[in-house]
Design a binder for this molecule. Sequence first.
Ligand code: SAH
Length: 354
Amino acid sequence: MDGSTKQDIRKLTLSQLEEFFVSKGDKKFRAKQVYEWLWHKSLKNFDEMTNISKETREMLKEHFAINHILVDLMQHSSDGTIKNAVKLYDNKIVESVLIPTSKRITACVSSQVGCSLDCNFCATARLKRMRNLNPDEIYDQVVAIKDEAEAYFDRPLTNIVFMGMGEPLLNYNNVIEAIDKITSPEGLGMAPRRITLSTVGIPKMIKKMADDGVRFNLAISLHSAINETRSRLMPINNVNPIEDLADSLKYWYEKTKRKVTYEYVIWEGINDDEKHARALAKFCKIIPSKVNIIQYNPIDEGEFRQASKEAVEMYVRILESQGIIAKVRKSRGQDIDAACGQLANKNEVGELEG
Ligand code: SAH
């Protein structure tokens, strides 16, 4: 990263870059060439832009910097999962995770530094929210994982999930701009159906996404379909109760015709009884949906414990008997604190240096 105060060239849109070249007496198409180097090829250095004359490159260097995230620390789990601690331009750190399976390589990316939501079972909540990530900071996390997929697994990146740190719907514009770049041919050209945005479920924003006609997948961190329990787990439910969430999901389905996934952790003594399983099954009937039962990843010595195998089986039986698809997901990367809900910058290399 160039530490100077020069403008970051990647903050410019393609048309702003075109205006810049025209104002310098150059051709408009030069902008497209440079833009592709910056996004599609993710170059960090003007000198590598081989189809741009030396003179033009020098001129660009005088005006602009190319700011990039830096993978500060990379950790490998025994199950193949990789966790990146990523340093941002202001020395803040976020984490992203590469999750390999036999069929897929998934990038799990962060959308905010910290999180404002206070879900009681999540390590990121302990960090509080520091700031939103910029579109390029989200995009760069994906590129870093794409490169690691190729380098370590010799396979392409196939999927992206917004399940890292932060609440993507509280940084909506930047997340959408990042996804636009990830899916555009000048960017990574990935299909929107390979991208999943995971949210605590903010009804107003779910309706907005539906109005905006987004084409990626939606996952809701539900964890309980009973208000009292859900509010205890996720304080956001006090202001956005299940009924409002249900309304927004109906609206989502009417507009997009896309089914949703509910993410669900079952905890001992909290939601591991039949009453909660039946409430979930009822909720799943509102619109076409499926359930991912996630294993709880312990974050401290706190009140939460993963429910028994019998409780998980009871849930699956009840859901399946009502025709609902339920998958039990294994936890990945627990040994390096890379699993769901464990991202908390335990190795704050950059922060200490900064
Ligand atoms: N804010 C978004 C995305 C980040 S969390 C959201 O809430 O969906 C990604 C997923 O991990 C969510 O489903 C969340 O509920 C889950 N999660 C958080 N802490 C967890 C933990 N300790 N164990 C298992 N899953 C957890």
